[in-house]
Design a protein around this ligand. Structure first.
Ligand code: ZN
Length: 151
């Protein structure tokens, strides 16, 4: 699985809270090393209220309100923050048909969507932790995108 975001920038929490965070995971080296802090290492257990944005370009993708525990080990959501922010394409690799989801702005790979999620959408957006950055609701003013104001 290759993460293809070509636009990279450090997020606010990458700079200010997680000195050990590395963007190596987006450069194809597979060098992701979770730090000792769960907040830094994975977004899976993140219970804070806020917005999950594309790690590549910062586009808001999912609100914490739409996050649910799927038990898969991946951050899962039942709907995007805005339908136009997440692009869906059929992925027929690995001998099965899945729906790949990409950032609508930078085309970075986000994960896959499956039709076995909870109500109301019955969709399960299965995300790569490494593809997302999290912004707590009290920090949303730092996001430049107007869409964040709808969270
Ligand atoms: Zn993006």
């Amino acid at each position: 699985m290759q993460f293809t975001c070509s636009i990279r920038r450090a997020s606010w929490w990458g700079r200010s809270r997680c000195p050990s965070w590395s963007w190596a995971t987006t450069s194809g080296g597979g060098g992701f090393r979770p730090s000792s802090s769960a907040f830094c290492g994975t977004l899976l257990d993140n219970k804070l209220h806020g917005v999950y944005s594309c790690a590549g370009c910062g586009l808001p993708l999912f609100a914490s309100d739409a996050k649910f525990n799927s038990g898969t080990g991946w951050p899962s959501f039942f709907q995007p923050i805005a339908p136009g922010n997440v692009a869906e394409t059929a992925d027929e690799s690995h001998g099965m048909t899945r729906v790949e989801i990409n950032c609508a702005r930078c085309d970075g790979h986000l994960g896959h969507v499956f039709p076995d999620g909870p109500p109301p959408t019955r969709q399960r957006y299965c995300m790569n932790s490494e593809s997302l950055t999290f912004t707590p609701s009290d920090q949303l003013a730092t996001l430049a995108d107007p869409a964040a104001e709808n969270a």
